[in-house]
Design a protein around this ligand. Structure first.
Ligand code: ACO
Length: 402
């Protein structure tokens, strides 16, 4: 192993690695990925085992505290999270400052960052108690704030959280419930929601998590750091891909037109890419995509949706792409976002909410990674270097001579 710091001190060399394709920026004990084998472990547990046997808050406890909770710890953790589910009433007023047609991710960037203007007793990053409260607040308030973003854009009244419901049920209630009618939980849909949250909970040093770590490395408060992660997640090459997949399936329109779009995806002169395909780390089937596909069938079956047009196109697209030389050679497999959009649409979410749901679920991963970084004695401010390609020093030219 080359000690880059020593090499730089001795030689003045440093590595040039745009996109960090082969540069580790930290050590971490949270999430392990073997991209060639399609393996994803959180604190040593396989994602399939967690998705099958745990609820989302158990996975949150695991990521944040290092271990799955025992029954007493689980009850305590649930009590702590539900204690924090409401947001400051003044924060609710923020929403009315946005246009009704604002993208909910734009709203989330603003309101999550604004938490630091309300919860001053959890912004001291050097106090372990405050760090813990900040983490609990973020996990607890994200569903409330996400549901409020949805309610605001559709013009319905905000719903207060119901702490007798599970995390996923409560989110569905705040999103789709109204004050005028009794709201009934559909266990298949809330289980699917919970699974979607688990599948998105953490994914080591992706673009948004690295953004959270970089912002946190300057000792910015945790709410500001998570807002920076939300901004990074929004892009279609990252968390925005689930929204982009549905738009692409719409654009393809029918199974007959798939070959045309596969051809376009392979054409280097065409900027079109098959959204939901490819991953920086997975060069095999994304293990989350397999679980997502099964969940998709369960939800559509429950809702009695037999001929979902997006699903038919998605399945055929997957079949064609996976047998195509280009996709095989470049190891482009469906990723987690490929099927999640179809499930979310069937559940009634507008496409603009898809990435918000991703942000909601990823918050626990972000804050766990942030906490790990702050608690690392070797932590330093993140400060990438550059290869300068501009002008060498040149004489100044006064305004009247330019
Ligand atoms: N469709 C067609 N070709 C693709 C695709 C795709 N979806 N993805 C990658 N390729 C090709 C590239 O053109 C490139 O070809 P080349 O070697 O001939 O130049 C090669 O595969 C490698 O692609 P890169 O972009 O260099 O790989 P990188 O690791 O930088 O990008 C990314 C990964 C951004 C995920 C990319 O695969 C992509 O844009 N996919 C579509 C968007 C998407 O689904 N994003 C979600 C990722 S998962 C997540 O964030 C939760």
């Amino acid at each position: 192993v080359i000690d880059i710091r020593k090499l730089y001190a001795e030689t003045g060399y440093f590595t040039y690695d745009p996109g960090f394709t082969s540069t580790a920026a930290c050590d971490s004990a949270i999430t392990y990925i073997d991209g060639d084998e399609g393996i994803l472990l959180h604190r040593g547990y396989a994602i399939a085992d967690l998705a099958e046997n745990c609820d989302f808050l158990e996975v949150c406890h695991l990521l944040l505290n290092g271990e799955l909770p025992n029954p007493q710890q689980k009850a305590d953790f649930e009590r702590t999270i539900t204690y924090h589910t409401m947001v400051h009433e003044q924060l609710a007023k923020f929403y009315s400052g946005f246009r009704r047609d604002a993208h909910p991710m734009a709203i989330m960037c603003g309101v999550v960052g604004a938490l630091s203007a309300f919860y001053h007793d959890s912004t001291d990053i050097f106090d372990p108690v405050q760090r813990k409260i900040a983490a609990h607040r973020l996990i607890a308030k994200m569903p409330t704030m996400a549901a409020m973003a949805y309610k605001y854009t559709v013009g319905e009244p905000f719903m207060y959280p119901r702490n007798d419901l599970s995390y996923a049920e409560n989110f569905l209630y705040m999103t789709f419930g109204t004050p005028c009618e009794e709201w009934k939980v559909d266990p298949v849909l809330s289980a699917a929601m919970d699974k979607i949250f688990i599948l998105h909970a953490d994914h080591e040093q992706n673009a948004s998590t690295s953004t959270v770590r970089l912002a946190g490395s300057s000792h910015a408060n945790p709410f500001a750091c998570i807002a920076s992660g939300i901004a990074a997640l929004w892009g279609p090459a990252h968390g925005g891909a689930n929204e982009a997949v549905l738009k692409m399936l719409d654009q393809i329109g029918s199974v007959e037109r798939i070959p045309e779009f596969v051809r376009r995806a392979k054409d280097k002169n065409d900027s079109f890419r098959l959204m939901g395909f490819g991953h920086r780390v997975y060069k095999n089937y994304d293990p989350r995509a397999k679980i997502m596909r099964e969940t998709c069938y369960q939800v559509l079956d429950r809702l009695g949706i037999r001929d979902e047009p997006h699903l038919a196109i998605a399945m055929e697209l997957e079949k064609i792409a996976l047998s195509d030389e280009y996709f095989i050679e470049k190891k482009l497999y469906p990723n987690v976002d490929f099927y999640s959009g179809i499930i979310l649409k069937a559940m009634g979410f507008p496409t603009s909410m898809f990435t918000v749901l991703f942000a909601l679920a990823r918050t626990v991963g972000w804050i766990s990674q942030w906490k790990e970084m702050i608690e690392d004695p070797a932590q330093k401010i993140g400060r990438p270097r550059q290869l300068f390609t501009g002008y060498a020093a040149r004489p100044f030219v006064p305004l009247d001579k330019r």
